[in-house]
Design a protein around this ligand. Structure first.
Ligand code: HEM
Length: 204
């Protein structure tokens, strides 16, 4: 059955490519441009998390501690999309990546013209943001390795997830139907995200 919509799949694989490119380039070459592209994608994913298809919505995969415990005890019914543990992993990855992009924007001077920047963007705040960016640059790859190990773990337990993230379809899953939102809405939200990034660049 179909579990992932096209926008989430596109977002995921573009993000993976950009992440690898950012790691390879370090802070040289097109680092800022790649970071702006990743920021745009993340913005799009956040909007899609509020307005997108069922399995892409935050409300679908952010679960209570009770259902997380039930999942680990094997008491949870199978559902389409992220399981409770995977859902929290996604939140952690999205927050980490967003924080990395936001700190990068500050370091790149894109926050210099924000209201009262001369008051709050002091040298010590800048140094803290710099430290955050460096620390996250080390932590995020570890988080992604954990992400890949988790996928390998499910694969070894006969639950292949990668093909579903490529095609949108997951085999041997029969749960209640999933609702999908039109790709036109996703395109509109992508345009909004691109415009926000352009505004940040132009106004800086
Ligand atoms: C070749 C490398 C990768 C593979 C094979 C892969 C595979 C997957 C798969 C199968 C899922 C769906 C998990 C599920 O069914 O619950 C997923 C989700 C996710 N992955 Fe990856 N991934 C890769 C690289 C990355 C990288 C580099 C990042 C971040 C920089 C990343 C971030 C995410 C996020 C945020 C989600 C949640 C998708 C969403 O709901 O928006 N992945 N990945």
């Amino acid at each position: 059955m179909k579990v992932w919509d096209l926008p989430t799949r596109l977002y995921h694989w573009l993000q993976a490519l950009l992440f690898v490119a950012l790691i390879i380039t370090g802070n040289q070459g097109p680092h800022v441009q790649l970071g702006l592209a990743l920021f745009t994608l993340l913005l799009w994913r956040v909007l899609w998390g509020a307005q997108g298809s069922q399995t892409s919505r935050f409300t679908d995969f952010i679960s209570s501690p009770k259902s997380l415990i039930a999942y680990f005890r094997g008491q949870q019914r199978h559902k389409a999309g992220h399981n409770p543990a995977g859902g929290w992993m996604v939140v952690l990855m999205l927050l980490g990546l967003l924080l990395q992009c936001l700190s990068g924007l500050v370091l790149g001077g894109f926050a210099d013209n924000l209201p009262y920047a001369d008051l709050w963007l002091t040298d010590s705040v800048f140094s803290f943001v710099e430290l955050l960016h460096v620390v996250l640059a080390k932590l995020l790859p570890i988080l992604i390795v954990v992400h890949l190990l988790a996928i390998l773990f499910y694969k070894l337990r006969s639950k292949p997830l990668v093909w579903a993230m490529v095609t949108g379809y997951q085999k041997h899953l029969s749960v209640d139907s999933v609702y999908f939102v039109s790709n036109r809405r996703a395109l509109l939200l992508l345009v909004v995200s691109v415009l926000v990034t352009i505004a940040i660049v132009v106004l800086s």
